[in-house]
Ligand binder design. Structure first.
Ligand code: PMP
Length: 440
């Protein structure tokens, strides 16, 4: 069988950079990306037949582990009945209803194929609803690759150390204002100055594309309050966190805290929410949702246009429905415990080795920042995230890979666990961490 090196060489002559999404190229960690042939449970196997315990989970979707038998069976059953109809199906209704049941403010749900489409449509909807053009986003947040959202974006843009992307017209870039994350003063200032021109503030519910940088207590609520006060919409991007950190995403975790504190006045809802990854169970599917009064502005009812040949595709809806049905409280409890255990093992090994580090987490999502740059009491924004020792992560990444554990190939990404990470997988990761810290 072909090896990773020769396949990468071949890939580079057929595909730009040899990959179909930049972070897969190992740009900041160096070396040859692994080309995978199969993924089952917590494991991935590459073309050289090497098996890795996976901490990427396809960048989030594999909440139940790879190739969960019931999800695969649902997709196979759907495939046998037709791959794409380009017409309505009951499964679309069912998936939309499952989302609504978990996230009640989401009265209407529109299914699309990628997170990029979901956020792009959310922005158009916010502009259509308000008749305003300006968009506010936060540095280090990633919301997909549409023109308006690449300024100081996280994920692959952060990994490549770029300020944005070529090819975005200046006139479009000028409509996006970028603020530091977790900075209520900056948000207040921008609303004081341009409040009546701002259509929306878009934010990751809990950012996980500059490494994991949780919102400071009350930050999301402050966005809600300021947008409402100035007639702008709040777009909560839960593409990554939705149905992964809990049954109702990050929003659900914050509302649970509010309810536990008996402080119903502190509860809040965004105007538009976007989902992806877990909602499609590993198939190309994403969604946006919100109250009917806003969502019904979309075509065919309203003047804001959005469409898709493969939207609500039957294989993708089958995977999404099966995944959401299986993602019960026990699944979330398992993933939470597994994440806590690996965070603990990582912190202990790094402390023992005398390596300076910060571990941030938001629910079950977490990441490590190496070096003395990031504040020990937690990284709070993109500037702090960028002060980490990127090269140290590269050394750690490769030592882990040599020990059979596949971490995200960038320090600006989250680590993902799944319900399939059992005792064998978790203890393998712990052993690998103890071995790999020496390489840092
Ligand atoms: N929003 C967030 C928060 C994301 O993490 C991502 C992808 N990592 C996107 C949007 C874009 O989703 P997609 O890659 O499916 O276009």
């Amino acid at each position: 069988m072909t090896g990773n090196d020769s396949l990468f060489t071949r890939a580079k002559s057929a595909i730009p950079g040899g990959v179909d999404s930049p972070v897969r190229a190992y740009g900041s960690v160096g070396g040859t990306p692994r080309f995978y042939t199969s993924a089952v449970g917590p494991y991935m196997t590459d073309v050289e037949d090497t098996r890795y315990t996976d901490l990427v989970c396809s960048w989030g979707p594999a909440l139940l582990g790879h190739a969960h038998p019931e999800v695969v069976a649902a997709v196979q059953e759907a495939a046998a009945k037709g791959l794409s109809f380009g017409a309505p199906t009951e499964a679309e209704v069912e998936l939309a209803e499952l989302v609504t049941a978990r996230v009640p403010f989401c009265e209407r749900v529109r299914l699309v194929s990628t997170g990029t489409e979901a956020t792009m449509t959310a922005i158009r909807l916010a502009r259509g609803a308000t008749g305003r053009d300006l968009l506010v986003k936060f540095a280090g947040c990633y919301h997909g690759h549409s023109d308006s959202l690449l300024a100081e974006a996280g994920s692959g843009i952060a990994t490549a150390g770029l300020p944005g992307s070529a090819g975005v017209p200046e006139a479009i870039a000028a409509q996006t204002l970028v603020l530091p994350y977790n900075d209520v003063d900056a948000l207040e200032a921008v609303f004081a100055e341009r409040g009546s021109d701002i259509a929306a503030v878009i934010t990751e519910a809990a950012p996980a594309n500059m490494g994991v940088v949780p919102p400071a207590p009350g930050f999301n609520a402050a966005i809600r309050e300021l947008t409402a006060k100035h007639g702008a919409l709040m777009i909560l991007d839960e593409v990554l966190t939705g149905f992964r950190v809990g049954p109702a995403g990050w929003w659900g975790l914050e509302q649970a805290e509010v309810n536990a504190a008996g402080d119903s006045a502190a509860s809040w809802t965004p105007d538009i929410v976007t989902f992806g990854k877990v909602v499609g169970g590993g198939m190309p599917l994403a969604a946006l949702g919100g109250p009917a009064a806003i969502m019904d502005l979309l075509a065919p009812l309203g003047p804001v246009y959005q469409a898709g040949t493969l939207s609500g595709n039957p294989l993708a809806t089958a995977a999404g429905i099966a995944t959401l049905r299986l993602a019960n409280d026990a699944v979330y409890a398992h993933v939470d415990r597994a994440a806590e255990r690996i965070r603990g093992a990582l912190g202990e090994a790094l402390a023992n080795a005398g390596v300076p580090y910060t571990i941030n987490h938001a629910g079950s999502l977490f990441s490590v920042f190496f070096g003395d740059g990031p504040a020990a009491d937690g990284v709070e924004n993109y500037a702090e995230a960028k002060s980490q020792d990127v090269a140290a992560y590269g050394r750690f990444f490769h030592a882990m890979l040599d020990a059979g554990v596949a971490l995200p190939p960038s320090c600006f990404e989250a680590w993902f666990l799944s319900a399939a990470h059992d005792e064998a997988a978790l203890s393998h990761i712990e052993d690998a961490i103890r071995e790999a810290v020496g390489a840092i």
